[in-house]
Ligand binder design. Structure first.
Ligand SMILES: Cc1cc2nc3c(=O)[nH]c(=O)nc-3n(C[C@H](O)[C@H](O)[C@H](O)COP(=O)(O)O)c2cc1C
Length: 297
């Protein structure tokens, strides 16, 4: 998208574009000038956030190469659609699902979930997400098997764990040194032997989200928000999801595998999410920690 300026035949001189532009590219001119406001971007600093388009009452912002602009029929305020209490209920009822029915997810529903991810916020409105959707059983099986290698490799490496722990972050170090980790790995290997899918839980659909790395960790943050949109949307469609960090790590660090799933060179997998029809119904939410907050008032 490119902002090209202001259509002065429509502009009502309200100055809202000046107020919302994060890059300060709109400015007010001297009093005796013909136009009151101007858009200037000689160094192409516009981040294409689209806020000027979204705020302008007479739709006077000129732009090209943009996606569709949508208006909210019948309401201008989110709180008129969903109250805090209702939203809280939705957020608290979302669950990670690890038991799925042996049924495919209709493609229209997958598309609906993906559609909601488009509306996630992203740093500088980059929207750099790309997706691979895997519904082919053999491909999910292949990805699962590649991930299951983790359990055997980890068990093999266990006797040497003291050599690597100094290089691990604190949380991972504690986990690796925990004496129960061996038992947990053995249990995982046993379940795999019995044919259990302890990676994707027999989900009929796996979604990979990848993007280019930018501004240190911001690409990962953007991925998290997009997938959260998808998780909530999925639940509103009667579907269940689970973020699979284990598979994400594997795809992040294994170019051969990410290449197999057509992740382009220079792109990193920042999220892996299963999608399926839940075969369980939760009766309550799992406990959550109380807030740990510091206030500077
Ligand atoms: C970044 C991230 C990675 C996760 N990785 C896994 C995973 O590899 N396997 C798994 O079964 N669940 C995974 N989960 C799901 C969490 O275990 C789950 O969100 C948490 O237990 C809270 O449960 P809830 O989502 O139902 O509220 C992951 C969740 C997040 C946000």
């Amino acid at each position: 998208m490119k902002i090209e300026g202001i259509d002065y035949s429509k502009c009502i001189d309200c100055g809202k574009c000046v107020k919302v532009c994060p890059q300060l590219l709109y400015c007010e001119l001297e009093k005796d000038m013909k136009e009151k406001f101007v858009f200037e971007d000689p160094y192409q600093l516009c981040v294409r956030c689209g806020h000027c388009i979204a705020i302008c009452p007479p739709e006077a912002i000129l732009y090209k190469n943009a996606g569709e602009v949508y208006t909210f029929d019948g309401t201008k305020k989110l709180e008129e659609i969903v109250s805090y209490d209702e939203l809280m209920k939705i957020l608290r009822m979302r669950r990670s699902i690890r038991v799925f029915k042996d049924k495919p997810v209709p493609k229209e529903k997958i598309e609906k979930v993906l559609e909601t991810m488009r509306y996630a916020p992203s740093a500088s409105n980059r929207q750099n997400w790309r997706y691979t959707i895997i519904t082919n059983k053999d491909e999910i099986e292949y990805l699962k098997k590649e991930n299951m290698k983790f359990f055997r490799n980890a068990r093999r490496a266990l006797p040497f764990r003291h050599l690597i722990t100094p290089f691990l972050p604190y949380g991972a170090r504690r986990r690796v040194l925990n004496p129960k980790v061996k038992m947990q790995l053995e249990r995982g290997i046993e379940r795999i032997k019995q044919g259990e899918d302890i990676i994707f839980f027999d989900a009929p659909c796996v979604i990979l989200l990848y993007s280019r790395k930018y501004a240190s960790s911001l690409a990962a943050n953007d991925a998290g928000i997009a997938l959260t949109h998808g998780m909530l949307a999925a639940q509103s469609l009667g579907l269940g999801t689970c973020w699979i960090g284990l598979a994400q790590r594997k795809l992040m660090n294994n170019r051969r595998l990410s290449k197999h799933f057509k992740v382009p060179k220079g792109f990193t997998v920042f999220g892996v999410m299963t999608l399926g029809i839940p075969a369980v119904q939760y009766l309550r939410g799992p406990p959550r920690r109380s807030l740990r907050v510091q206030w500077f008032e």
